[in-house]
Ligand binder design. Structure first.
Ligand code: AR6
Length: 173
């Protein structure tokens, strides 16, 4: 199965698309969102502003995804998605996180991307427990790839520790 697990910086990845763990405003932020906007330059923010003015005036809803240019990054597209905020998603946390992965993959498919790199959506500032997030990320992706074997997916973690947590969590799935 074309699923890879790596440690590194998503802004250095070479692929068709990288996914951004954004917030509904699409106006940037900290964490991986901040790193992507810094490395990609102002073109990404300009594209996000255009999306806010047209497609999503009230912001991108949790679990949805939308693509923009990648600016100066070595990929073609940045796919922005919004993961759930742990503690504010009630009994819908798992569904919303799965939606974020699935809708990002659907967006990649619509762009005819054959490679996508994901960060660990919601597991930073948004506080989603890492083991639970790992299982959802992996199962949602595996289910999607069953009918889209042409797409290669990489999960990238900022530390070896997080990458190990992911590998442990998906063992036996
Ligand atoms: N490359 C790969 N992974 C990274 C990088 C990087 N350069 N930087 C951080 N991570 P977070 P969230 C990991 O907080 O929880 C932002 O302010 C990090 O270690 O970026 O979905 C947005 O604007 C963690 O495992 O995203 C939103 O407001 C993972 O990326 C909010 O944070 C996700 O952490 C979204 O929170």
């Amino acid at each position: 199965m074309p699923i890879h697990i790596e440690t590194g910086d998503i802004t250095q990845e070479n692929a068709c698309a990288i996914v951004n763990a954004a917030n509904s405003s699409l106006m940037g932020g900290g964490g991986v969102d901040g790193a992507i906007h810094r490395a990609g330059g102002p073109e990404i923010l300009e594209a996000c502003k255009a999306i806010r003015q047209t497609q999503y005036p009230d912001g991108l809803p949790t679990g949805e995804a939308v693509a923009t240019t990648a600016g100066k990054l070595p990929v073609k597209y940045v796919i922005h998605t919004v993961g759930p905020v742990w503690g504010r998603c009630g009994d819908r946390c798992e569904v919303l996180l799965a939606n974020a992965y699935r809708n990002s993959l659907r967006t990649a498919e619509s762009l005819e991307c054959d490679s996508v790199v994901f960060p660990a959506i919601s597991t930073g500032v948004y506080g989603f427990p890492k083991e639970r997030a790992a299982k959802i990320a992996f199962e949602t992706t595996r289910n999607f790839l069953a009918s889209h074997p042409e797409i290669e997916v990489t999960f990238i973690f900022h530390s070896d520790r997080d990458s190990d947590i992911f590998k442990q969590a998906i063992k036996g799935l």
